[in-house]
Design a protein around this ligand. Structure first.
Ligand code: SAM
Length: 317
């Protein structure tokens, strides 16, 4: 499925894979459904030069690297891949590390098609394993880290099935925030939502948007850091983080966007401080609301001095 051409290199075309593909050799690229592929050249209709790009590809590769660099400690160990999906992480374990057992646990029907090893079709909450595991690996991270709250299932599995002293991958997780400008995006998208058809749609101002790295106003900071060994399910109800940024030159970073109702003017040397609260919905348990409070301290004492603001972003309720 083709998406859009890259602006900075007109010869590169971006595609999103609609299905998994396993390359037939080292000269072929393997990818999964949802991965972004950059096609650099088409030498014929069958042969393309392309590379993997984007979060999905990078994420899978990060897991592969962890497994590869821990192949010796994994030998003869029992592994659980929770939410195995395609089973690729379980396969990495089996292929790269020779554990004694890999339990690939998946709630989706995909688990029925992974006809190898010890697959377990079902929700982590309902499964029964013959033994506890040494390593619990899971790709559970959602939008804004917690959205969909699959992390709850991972914590439950940890408490039930991980041996004393067992290992969690990932062992920690962070949510990172950075102030940015988005002038053209604001003009293009947000202006529409002000008064479409004469209706006030401002409550719908939540956006997920990949920002240009050059639009970031400073270096990012971690506003939340979760320790997967000590985090408790009850901690997920409300998680609070703090931030403090000094506005500097643009930096290189990519993230999704929390669009404010109005552009807030800041100058180099100003500082932005505040809090972020992720509050889990008491009814729709996979949803949450993210609330940002901020204040701006002007370095010049101009009219921006003391600007404060608050905005809540429901995801999705
Ligand atoms: C982000 S995907 C992981 C993809 C997988 N690592 C792969 O490479 O294909 C999350 C997966 O976890 C599964 N899942 C979510 N909650 C689950 C639960 N409670 N028990 C088992 N699987 C779950 C989903 O069906 C989905 O396939």
């Amino acid at each position: 499925m083709q998406t859009e051409k890259e602006d900075d290199d007109a010869s590169v075309e971006e595609y999103v894979a609609l299905s998994n593909f396993t390359g037939g050799g080292s000269n072929q690229l393997s990818f999964r459904s949802g991965d972004t592929l950059l096609v650099h050249a088409k030498t014929s209709s069958e042969w393309l030069w392309s590379e993997l790009q984007g979060a999905a590809g990078r994420r899978t590769e990060a897991y592969r690297q962890v497994i590869l660099s821990n192949s010796a400690p994994l030998r003869n160990k029992v592994v659980m891949d929770l939410g195995c999906g395609t089973g690729i992480i379980s396969l990495f374990c089996a292929q790269l590390a020779r554990p004694s057992q890999v339990f690939a646990v998946g709630a989706s029907s995909m688990a029925e098609y992974t006809s190898w090893g010890s697959r377990t079709a079902g929700r982590a909450e309902d499964i029964h394993l013959p033994e506890r595991v040494d390593i619990l690996v899971s790709e559970w991270m959602g939008n804004c880290l917690l959205f969909e709250f699959m992390v709850e299932s991972v914590l439950l599995a940890r408490d039930r099935w991980l041996k004393e002293g067992g290992v969690m991958w990932p062992s920690s997780a962070a949510l990172t925030l950075v102030p940015c400008q988005a002038n053209s995006y604001y003009a293009e998208k947000m202006a529409f939502w002000e008064q479409p058809y004469g209706l006030d749609c401002t409550p719908l101002h939540f956006n997920s948007h990949l920002i240009d790295p050059s639009d970031c106003l400073t270096a990012p900071c971690d506003v939340l850091r979760l320790d997967m060994y000590t985090l408790e399910i009850k901690d997920l109800e409300e998680i609070k983080g703090q931030f403090h940024f000094g506005v500097e030159k643009p930096t290189h970073w990519k993230q999704t966007l929390f669009m404010l109702d109005r552009p807030v003017r800041v100058l180099e040397g100003d500082s932005i401080a505040g809090t972020i609260v992720l509050r889990r919905n008491p009814v729709w348990r996979r949803h949450m609301t993210i609330t940002l409070h901020w204040s701006i301290n002007s370095s010049t004492g101009g009219k921006e001095k003391g600007q404060v603001g608050k905005k809540s972003f429901p995801m999705w309720r």
